[in-house]
Design a protein around this ligand. Structure first.
Ligand code: FMN
Length: 304
């Protein structure tokens, strides 16, 4: 089964992807960048830095993502991505954040099939690029995908990843396997499952429920257990992964930003382990407190 690393804004940036590839090897079929969008008509510097070829290790198979938005903006972003050396772009029709969806962007575009059709038509005119689509079942209702499915023929995507929730549900609540199964059986485009995969058993369960899947995309599961797709939970690997990540971020951020960045990382990383020691890490106020707390954690885990 092909495993895809989901994009997670604020987490799966180039430092995370490079560290993951370096330590866990070739276990991820494709890594996706967090979505790119324009701010007042301009590219965000951090988006460009994140996909720049100079920053991404050559063996990281990266697909940049564009947030579904007005056609002219999307075309501008895709042209830039192609200019930067990529041949595949993922189109995000899944982002559930109200400031985004209110503007009919991300999952907020799903109920507006005419807008989706316009976007797909504009993207389809571009040469030298293939697309994949990442979507939810709907914005408000879990059957809105039925309006989108026929439109995929305009884009001829390499695959469609589906997170079987509505945007209203954000990232919690019941996954709607029934609607996903309908999408899966009706789609003529390869389908990738995405949602709540947290263990190798989950991978097996999804694979056996949907044997024709093109792949499984994992987001938060990989933040918690970076070796999940290899079924490798060894503490040594986790420590190596952590060391690469910390050293990568140390080169980019000042001390204050670095601690904040690492706090976000520890919200997920090894979240099933010693609660007290993890809490100390998350509560640390400066870099030296942080490093003391992390050292205590690794010692308790037997990693040092
Ligand atoms: C903090 C956070 C940031 C995310 N950023 C993106 C993003 O930039 N693009 C995107 O398509 N999905 C984004 N997602 C959604 C994930 O890619 C994924 O679809 C979702 O987390 C469900 O998969 P999981 O249960 O394996 O985590 C984000 C999710 C979270 C929690």
């Amino acid at each position: 089964m092909k495993i895809f690393a989901a994009p997670l804004q604020g987490f799966t940036d180039y430092v995370w992807r490079n560290a993951h590839r370096m330590v866990y090897g070739d276990c991820i079929w494709r890594y996706y960048s967090p979505f790119m969008r324009l701010e007042k008509g301009n590219f965000r510097k951090r988006d460009l830095r994140d996909i720049s070829r100079d920053n991404n290790a050559e063996d990281v198979k990266l697909v940049p993502q564009v947030l579904a938005c007005a056609s002219a903006d999307a075309v501008k972003i895709v042209a830039k991505i192609v200019e930067m050396g990529y041949e595949e772009v993922d189109v995000n029709l899944g982002c559930p954040f109200p400031p985004v969806t209110r503007k009919h962007q991300g999952a907020g575009m799903l109920p507006y099939v005419d807008e989706v059709a316009d976007l797909f038509k504009a993207l389809a005119t571009m040469t030298g690029v293939r697309y994949s689509v990442k979507m939810r079942l709907g914005m408000e209702s879990a059957d809105e995908w039925t309006g989108i499915l026929p439109l995929l023929d305009i884009l001829c995507p390499a695959h469609v990843s589906v997170h079987p929730r509505t945007a209203r549900q954000q990232y919690g609540g019941e996954i709607d396997y029934k609607q996903f199964a309908k999408f899966y059986s009706l789609s003529k485009w390869p389908v990738v499952y995405n949602g709540d995969v947290r263990s190798a058993d989950d991978v097996t369960r999804v694979e056996s429920s949907f044997p024709g899947l093109h792949g499984i995309m994992i987001g938060r599961g990989l933040l918690m257990e970076p070796g999940l797709s290899l079924n490798d939970y060894s503490i040594e690997m986790k420590k190596r992964f952590y060391d690469h990540l910390f050293s990568g971020y140390s080169k980019i951020y000042d001390e204050h930003q670095l601690v904040l960045k690492m706090h976000a990382f520890w919200e997920y990383f090894m979240s099933g382990e010693d609660r007290k020691l993890r809490k100390k890490i998350l509560k640390s106020r400066n870099l030296s407190d942080y490093e003391v707390a992390v050292k205590a954690f690794w010692m308790a885990m037997g990693a040092i």
